[in-house]
Design a protein around this ligand. Structure first.
Ligand code: ARG
Length: 395
């Protein structure tokens, strides 16, 4: 692609926090015109103050994109259908959002005729990988800048001094004791006292489920309706995906459902301790998996478990825009043709579990499973089956 650029123009993935605010000034000092790009994936921040801050820091323009619906349909639902959970627990909220944010960033770069993109990720996390692999997979002609990985500040205080010196307002970027990343699929919390893996997460580290330990809510059952693996209704009411996730988060979070405290293997080789809160994701993954157990045959179901793990790795490793993901999606979508039905999930303190499921495609046959007189299973067939099954091992 030929670009007629008179100056260097960069699209910065801008969160409104200290790092990316300082990055605007830092990039300007290196001769770039900076467009601050804000992606709304449901992080519950009003961007007004952030937009002002970006302008003061020297952004020539602020572009805000509401990506919530796209996040649900193009990223969350495919991951849910795949059953993607990293290392058995992380439901991938942060990891899933990165390819989307980066892909839209590339689109903004094209629309703005920019020659570069920049992100505010550090040099030891997974997110830098996800941003940069996505950008390279979509347009490798774009220059990639990672100010936070390169700049000279050795501490947050140095950064704050720099901001003060250059008149960048940081009063409303008050640092919590944790590093928090939030979107509609969940919250990720790390740093601060959580860096000691043996320290119990303080009650104030929880974002959505805070206070659950004090609450004694009545148990309640929610019914999730699925069509071809996608949640379409809540308690019998048809609902748009985004609304459904938001509603389910609101219902399940007060119980403390979806809290996770884990040591995970990062792509860059280190282990890190992170806590997660993913109420809706936990309920939906639980319900979806259960419905699959009703409608998928044994071999398909077992094979799909391996695919789920592979899919989670791929998301975690930043390999969303790859042929492997397209191929796995094709497999997963094939498996979802019969994943239609409804699952009742009981919500209780800290956990949820399925109490009933139904589907027009159910493979469960009461007449075969029953131990009553209604039984139609022919036990005489079992004898020959077992003899042949045992044949290779016969002594
Ligand atoms: N460890 C998670 C991942 O790599 C979340 C990263 C961001 N976490 C945070 N607290 N800022 O996907």
């Amino acid at each position: 692609m030929v670009r007629q650029a008179h100056h260097k123009k960069v699209i910065l993935a801008y969160s409104g926090g200290l790092d990316t605010s300082v990055a605007i000034k830092w990039l300007r000092d290196r001769g770039y015109e900076v467009v601050a790009y804000m992606a709304d994936v449901g992080q519950e921040k009003t961007p007004t103050a952030a937009i002002h801050r970006a302008k003061v820091a020297g952004a020539s323009k602020v572009v805000v994109k509401d990506l919530k619906k796209k996040f649900v349909t193009d990223y969350i639902w495919p991951a849910l259908k795949a059953g993607a959970v990293y290392e058995g627990r992380y439901t991938l909220a942060t990891a899933l959002s990165r390819p989307l944010i980066a892909a839209e960033q590339v689109a903004v770069a094209h629309a703005e005729r920019a020659t570069a993109i920049a992100h505010g990720c550090t040099g030891k996390g997974n997110d830098q990988v996800r941003f940069e692999v996505t950008a390279q997979a979509l347009d490798s002609s774009l220059e990639i800048l990672a100010p936070v990985r390169e700049w000279e500040f050795r501490s947050r205080d140095e950064e704050i001094d720099y901001a003060h010196k250059h008149g960048i307002p940081i009063d409303s970027t008050k640092k919590s004791s944790y590093s928090i990343d939030k979107n509609i699929w969940g919250v990720s919390v790390e740093s601060g006292v959580l860096e000691n893996p043996n320290t119990e997460p303080p009650l104030d580290s929880f974002q959505w489920t805070r206070g659950a330990e004090k609450r004694n809510l009545k148990e309640r059952v929610v019914e999730i309706g699925f069509e071809k693996g996608v949640p379409v209704s809540l308690d019998g009411r048809k609902m748009d995906g985004l609304a459904l996730i938001e509603k389910l988060n609101a219902l399940a979070a007060p119980y403390g459902i979806g809290r996770m405290d884990m040591i995970e293997n990062r792509l860059v080789g280190i282990k890190s301790r992170e806590t997660y809160e993913a109420p809706a994701a936990t309920v939906l993954l639980t319900a979806h998996r259960d419905l699959e157990s009703l409608v998928l045959d044994r071999e398909l179901s077992h094979h799909k478990e391996g695919v789920a793990q592979k899919y989670a790795e791929l998301v975690y490793y930043g390999l969303w825009f790859t042929p492997l993901r397209a191929a796995l999606d094709a497999f997963v979508n094939e498996t979802q043709k019969k994943v239609t039905g409804a699952v009742r999930v009981k919500l209780r303190k800290y956990s949820c579990h399925v109490v009933g499921r139904k589907s027009p495609h159910s493979l469960y046959r009461e007449s075969l499973a029953t131990y009553t007189a209604k039984d139609t299973f022919d036990p005489k067939l079992a004898k020959g089956f077992i003899d042949l099954w045992a044949l290779p091992y016969k002594k």
